[in-house]
Design a protein around this ligand. Structure first.
Ligand code: ADP
Ligand code: ZN
Length: 523
């Protein structure tokens, strides 16, 4: 009877998984493993990475070993496979003893088709020896970017995976990740000691994601107006701190939304409760830090909103990628301001990270800032961070739909820089803008700012205009922000050429929310 069963990869794909065809690069990845070759698969979240190792694991003789850092995800995968009739099991630290016992005995008897294991368990005493007595069909290293010390999800245990070929000579290895920047890619190949691996990189373009970036003017109002376009749908709101997730979730609840905070400070029970509701299909808004991350795979998230700027384009891409996994249109909006930029730069300066690492983090941060300020196609700029080129602008980002209006902002920039200089480089953006507008206030009176030549030289433009100019000058590095009160000061080297009129400053006219709403009607 066994002879009648089609154990070719395609046979497994249709018989067990019920898919008529491989998708994208799956076929190539499977072919590599079937031929006993190593490979690295770079595919966006939702791209179908699991099939790349699950199919060869079942098609080749022996047990497939899958190394994954995410316990919750592991359990989900095992449960899904068991439903399909595959004898899968997991070994990790949060498991019932009798479950672990069943897995171990099936494993020893060669009955297990696929074993998921956390890196800690894999490296625990005796485990590698026990495994090396078995036949392994394939070794899959999931979330392989965790091996990169420069990445935002570095797991030191992953480093030890370099020794796998010594323990399991001849077993093909397949590393998988949704992080696509060239640096991480070369790190993975090097750290896993697989220089000859074939690299299979899918396009990271997600045409169903509408990407938009807006200056923060009134955070809560902007947030609510976006969420109002998604009534009865699921959404994720990312914040930069735990406190803020709680505060925003509460404000949303007060306004009648079903909103739940999620961050690393919650107890395991609280976390599980939030995840359960999120996964249940309920129309819920999760207000989270980046702790709400890997392994979040609800398909129908219709919006992802950032209330603070992510630290890198990689993080940003992963987070917005949690929207629209079902392929239907989803809206992503990043709200950011000059304070975000200043704060992120400040934390980097303060960090104890080694110099080389700080340089890379700083490069990523500056790439993120440039992405937020770009007047060109956002999708194009984002994909360029991953070494991918689009043939033409995406047509569905904010800048494609409402081409940015730029203007010669040299004089405006000079006015701002002068106002900062004349007021003593001790005041924040709000005060500087109000001096430019010529608004009398206690503060202006007390410091004699209402008698300065710069007082009121910006009366002709509204406050938001000046805030926009200040933000863009911060982004360009001409204005620095420091101290508890976010005091603005000049960066001599960058500000001087502007003040002397030696440098033309091209600025973008910030789109107002009304404009955006009008452009929000899709295609
Ligand atoms: P990733 O791990 O890359 O985020 P998954 O492996 O979870 O992606 O797959 C994402 C979705 O795509 C799953 O719902 C899966 O069932 C589906 N899928 C994967 N491969 C195929 C295929 N060849 N045909 C149809 N659907 C597929
Ligand atoms: Zn575009």
């Amino acid at each position: 009877m066994a002879q009648d069963i089609d154990t070719s990869p395609r046979g497994i794909l249709s018989r067990i998984f019920g898919f008529p065809d491989f998708r994208g690069l799956q076929q190539q990845a499977v072919d590599q493993v079937m031929a006993g070759q190593d490979c690295l698969v770079l595919m966006p979240t939702g791209g179908g990475k699991s099939v790349c190792y699950q199919v060869p694991a079942l098609s080749r003789p022996g047990t497939g070993l899958v190394i994954s850092p995410l316990i919750a995800l592991m359990d989900d995968q095992v449960a899904a496979l068991r439903q399909l009739g595959v004898n899968a099991g997991a070994l990790h630290s949060e498991q019932e003893a009798d479950d672990a016992m069943r897995v171990r005995s099936d494993l020893a008897a060669g009955r297990l088709d696929i074993l998921y294991v956390s890196p800690e368990r894999l490296l625990s005493p005796g485990m590698l020896e026990r495994l090396s007595r078995l036949t392994l069909s394939v070794i899959a290293i999931d979330e392989a970017h965790c091996i990169s010390a420069w990445g935002h999800e570095f797991r030191p245990e992953y480093r030890a995976l370099a020794s796998l070929p010594q323990h399991f000579p001849g077993v093909p290895r397949i590393a998988l990740t949704a992080t696509a920047d060239p640096r991480t890619q070369s790190d993975i190949l090097e750290a896993l000691a697989m220089p000859d691996a074939t690299v299979l990189k899918a396009s990271f373009h997600r045409p169903n994601l509408d990407v938009a970036v807006s200056p923060k003017t009134s955070e809560m109002r902007q947030l609510v107006s976006i969420l109002d376009r998604h009534k009865g749908e699921a959404g994720i709101v990312y914040c930069g701190s735990r406190n803020k997730t709680e505060r925003i979730a509460k404000s949303l609840c007060d306004r009648g939304y079903v909103a739940l905070a999620f961050h690393a400070g919650l107890s395991p029970v609280e976390k599980r409760a939030v995840l359960m509701r999120f996964r249940s299909g309920e129309a819920v808004v999760i207000v989270a830090t980046i702790a709400f991350g890997m392994g979040i795979d609800r398909p129908d998230v219709r919006t992802v909103i950032h209330l603070d700027m992510p630290a890198s384009p990689e993080g940003y891409y992963q987070q917005i990628g949690r929207a629209g996994r079902d392929g239907e249109t989803a809206e992503t909006v990043l709200l950011y301001g000059g304070d975000d930029i200043a704060r992120a730069r400040y934390w980097l300066e303060q960090s104890n990270a080694p110099e080389a690492q700080r340089r890379i983090m700083s490069g990523r941060l500056e790439a993120m800032i440039a992405l937020a300020e770009t007047t060109g196609c956002r999708t194009e700029a984002l994909l360029a961070c991953f070494g991918e080129r689009l043939d033409q602008p995406c047509g569905h980002c904010d800048n494609c739909r409402n081409p940015a209006v730029t203007f010669d902002g040299t004089v405006a920039a000079q006015k701002v820089l002068s106002a900062i200089y004349r007021t003593g480089q001790r005041f924040g953006a709000v005060h500087v803008a109000s001096v430019l507008r010529g608004k009398t206030s206690d503060m202006a009176g007390r410091h004699g700012h209402d008698r300065l030549s710069v007082f009121g030289i910006g009366k002709d433009r509204p406050e938001v205009f000046w805030r926009g100019v200040i933000r863009q000058l911060i982004a360009r590095g001409a204005i620095r922000v420091s101290g508890e009160y976010n005091a603005l000061s000049l960066d001599q080297a960058r500000a001087r050429p502007i003040l002397r009129g030696e440098e033309v400053v091209s600025l973008r006219e910030d789109a107002t929310d009304d404009l955006r709403a009008a452009g929000g009607e899709r295609r």
